[in-house]
Design a protein around this ligand. Structure first.
Ligand SMILES: [Zn+2]
Length: 410
């Protein structure tokens, strides 16, 4: 599968497209014909082939005046254009490296009519250079592409997807769906993934984050299916029984870290050179990697201590607390209220540490426990009255994912 092999389809047209692919190939008889109208080439909402077009890229230090000056537009007109446009776009925000087009009339003496500035990969501004000096904001049409990716873990989800020519953003989207259920720093060779997702495409380029529609990750023989559904409170992912994949605590405080040492009551300490209980789980990651609060709560400690280095402790409720050690930087202070996933510090090796990692400690009723052995109740499941609708959506997503997969193989 190559990167360009994306299918541009709309959800509704999809099943139809499959049916047509499977047809006998005989073309339908034409019932009526009409003279095709001579097609005008439209671009930016303008009749593009009625214009003489110059184009270029904004160079370092160039402003709108620099672009328009060669076309005989006076400083007074440019000032008026800038003033008339402020509500749509401040011309001083133009950036080096962005594309522009200037359209003039096709007369013997061309009259400059429009200048278009591409603000980003989805939006552009059309400035009118005629008597009505002003601007309007335009947006490129957005396509949605649908794609399904299946594979087996050889190295890590991130690397394996990359080797398949997939964007690393897909690994990120998947890790977000499974943030509460699978520790992606701990996947095994032989685990399998199967993700059906959609992504936006503008001018032939994929933009934004891939959105997982359905997914199945098999971790040590256990299937973790996820289906995207909105029961009125925003999009979330649920297992086939309608239970939420979201839980009170994230599996790990860092995304894509590597578990370097587990919870162990009889560990030989690498620095102290003696047996000492390790009442936490270490995740190795480069210095500066963001550390996330695994659950919502209140910061009860944010300080430096000789062994812990820079560390933060959070109280989540009357039962649970979590603690994060050896930070290079603390980003919260005592009393701060944090949400699940908030970045509370950066990975470091302060205190008693051999290399950059976060030592993550989980407290239950004031005692340290191995969080990987705890099971936490899931968040809000699908409500009873929504279960039928959810069941239909599960079937629809399964069929759609199969159709997309077949089309990709053609
Ligand atoms: Zn540790």
């Amino acid at each position: 599968m190559n990167k360009q092999g994306f299918l541009v389809v709309t959800g509704l047209a999809l099943i139809l497209a499959v049916t047509q692919q499977c047809g006998s190939g005989s073309s339908n008889p034409k019932i009526f014909t009409s003279e095709p109208e001579p097609k005008q080439l439209m671009r930016f909402g303008l009749i593009w082939d009625s214009l003489n077009v110059d184009s270029g890229v904004v160079k370092s230090g160039q402003t709108l005046s620099h672009l328009l000056d060669p076309y005989g537009i006076s400083p007074g007109q440019i000032a008026k254009l800038a003033a008339n446009s402020t509500k749509v776009y401040r011309v001083t925000s133009m950036r080096q490296g962005k594309q522009w087009w200037l359209g003039s009339s096709r007369d013997s003496v061309p009259v400059p009519l429009w200048i278009i500035y591409e603000r980003n990969n989805t939006d552009y501004i059309v400035f009118s250079l005629k008597d009505t000096l002003g601007a309007r904001l335009g947006t490129y049409p957005v396509d949605t592409v649908y794609r399904r990716v299946k594979g087996v873990i050889e190295n890590s989800l991130y690397l394996d997807l990359e080797n398949m020519g997939e964007s690393h953003l897909l690994a990120l989207s998947m890790s977000q769906v499974y943030d509460w259920t699978i520790d992606f720093s701990h996947v095994r060779k032989g685990d399998t993934f199967d993700a059906y997702y959609m992504q936006q495409k503008v001018n032939g380029e994929l933009v934004g984050m891939p959105e997982i529609l359905s997914s199945n990750f098999t971790h040590i023989g256990n299937e973790f299916k996820a289906y995207r559904f909105d029961q009125g409170a925003g999009v979330d992912w649920f297992d086939p029984t309608g239970a939420s994949l979201r839980k009170a605590f994230l599996k790990t405080p860092i995304e894509f870290g590597r578990m370097s040492s587990g919870f162990n009551k009889k560990r030989f300490h690498p620095v102290l050179k003696k047996v000492k209980a390790h009442l936490g789980t270490d995740y190795a990651a480069p210095t500066g990697t963001p550390i996330r609060a695994v659950g919502a709560g209140v910061v009860t400690k944010s300080e430096y201590k000789r062994n812990n280095g820079n560390y933060v402790k959070i109280r989540h409720n009357s039962t649970y607390e979590t603690q994060y050690l050896h930070m290079s930087k603390r980003l919260v202070k005592v009393g701060d209220v944090v949400k699940q996933g908030d970045v509370i510090g950066k990975v470091g090796s302060t205190g008693l540490a051999t290399g950059p990692h976060v030592c993550f400690r989980f407290w239950k009723h004031g005692e340290q426990v191995d969080h990987r052995r705890e099971s936490f109740p899931p968040d809000t499941p699908i409500r009873d009255e929504m279960m039928d609708e959810f069941a239909v959506e599960v079937v629809r997503l399964e069929l759609e994912a199969d159709s997309v997969f077949r089309l990709q193989g053609l």
